[in-house]
Design a protein around this ligand. Structure first.
Ligand SMILES: Nc1ncnc2c1ncn2[C@@H]1O[C@H](COP(=O)(O)OP(=O)(O)OP(=O)(O)O)[C@@H](O)[C@H]1O
Ligand SMILES: O=P(O)(O)OC[C@H]1O[C@H](OP(=O)(O)OP(=O)(O)O)[C@H](O)[C@@H]1O
Length: 214
C-alpha cells in the first residue's frame, strides 16, 4: 500500500483537498479531536502520515512514504534526496529579507558587514548573503523571527512572507525577495523509478488535477 506524508499546519487543508480529488480521503486528519498520526484512507488504497512540514522530506527520503507534500522553501533549505515532481500551485509565499521600516537599510547591500540576520531558514539565508559576498552572522531561531530587529538582536531577518500582515503589524518592511514558494509533490526516488504500487498512475492523476484548478 502506498504511503503519503502530509504536512501539519498551513498546507494541510489544501493537501487533503487535492488528495480527495483523486479519491484518497484523509479528512480525518482535519478533525481537531483526532490524535492518530497514521491513518488509512477511507477507500483503503493508501496510508497517510501526519508529520511536521520539515519532516515530510525525511519520511520520503528514507522511503517510509513514497509520496509527500511540502513547501518549496523546505526543499531549498534542506536539499533532501527526493524526486521533485509537481508544483501543486497552492501555499504561495515568498522568502524575503526584511528590516525595521524606520531603518536606513533600503537594500541588503546596505546592511553592515558582520551584522546579524535572524532566520529559521539558516541555509537559505547563509547562501543568499554569501552570494552577495556580504559577511553576516546568521542567528538561528525557531519562530517569531520578526522579534529579531524589533528587540535589536539583529539588523534583518530572512523569513516567509505571505499576506505581509505579520511584517506590517511589527513595523518591518521587505527589502528584497530571495525566491517564491508553493507546495510541491515529492517522491522517494527508487519507488518512483520502479513505479512501486503503480505510483506513476497516482502522480499523473494529481498532475492533471493541478492543471484543472480545484
Ligand atoms: N503565511 C505563511 N507562513 C508560513 N508558511 C506558509 C505561509 N503560507 C504558505 N506557507 C507554506 O506552508 C509551509 C508550512 O508552514 P507552517 O507555518 O504550517 O509550518 P512552519 O511553522 O514553517 O513549520 P513547523 O511548525 O513544522 O516548524 C511553509 O513551509 C510554506 O511553504
Ligand atoms: O505574511 P503573513 O501572511 O503575515 O505570514 C508570514 C508569517 O507566517 C509565518 O509564521 P508562522 O505563522 O509559521 O509562525 P512562526 O513565526 O512560528 O514561524 C512566517 O514566519 C511569518 O511570520
Amino acid at each position: 500500500m502506498l504511503t503519503v506524508a502530509l504536512p501539519k499546519g498551513e498546507l494541510l487543508k489544501n493537501s487533503i483537498r487535492l488528495l480527495q480529488s483523486v479519491g484518497l480521503d484523509f479528512s480525518a486528519f482535519l478533525d481537531s479531536t483526532n490524535r492518530q498520526l497514521q491513518i488509512t484512507d477511507a477507500s483503503g488504497q493508501a496510508k497517510g502520515l501526519l508529520v511536521r512540514g520539515q519532516d515530510v522530506p525525511v519520511y520520503v527520503e528514507y522511503g517510509q512514504a513514497q509520496l509527500g507534500i511540502i513547501g518549496y522553501d523546505v526543499l531549498r533549505e534542506k536539499k533532501p534526496q527526493v524526486a521533485h515532481l509537481v508544483d501543486l500551485q497552492f501555499g504561495y509565499c515568498r522568502m524575503s529579507v526584511a528590516v525595521k521600516a524606520s531603518s536606513a537599510y533600503k537594500s541588503p547591500l546596505d546592511l553592515p558587514a558582520h551584522g546579524r540576520v535572524a532566520s529559521k531558514y539558516v541555509n537559505c539565508a547563509r547562501e543568499y548573503f554569501h552570494s552577495l559576498d556580504l559577511p553576516v552572522e546568521i542567528v538561528p531561531l525557531y519562530g517569531s523571527v520578526e522579534l529579531g530587529p524589533i528587540t535589536g538582536m539583529s539588523e534583518a531577518i530572512v523569513d516567509l512572507v505571505s499576506t505581509g500582515r505579520t511584517l506590517r503589524e511589527n513595523g518591518l518592511i521587505e527589502i528584497t525577495t530571495l525566491y517564491e514558494s508553493t507546495a510541491r509533490l515529492i517522491a522517494h526516488p527508487l519507488s518512483y523509478r520502479l513505479n512501486m504500487g503503480n505510483l506513476s498512475d497516482l502522480i499523473e492523476k494529481l498532475r492533471k488535477t493541478v492543471l484543472i484548478p480545484i
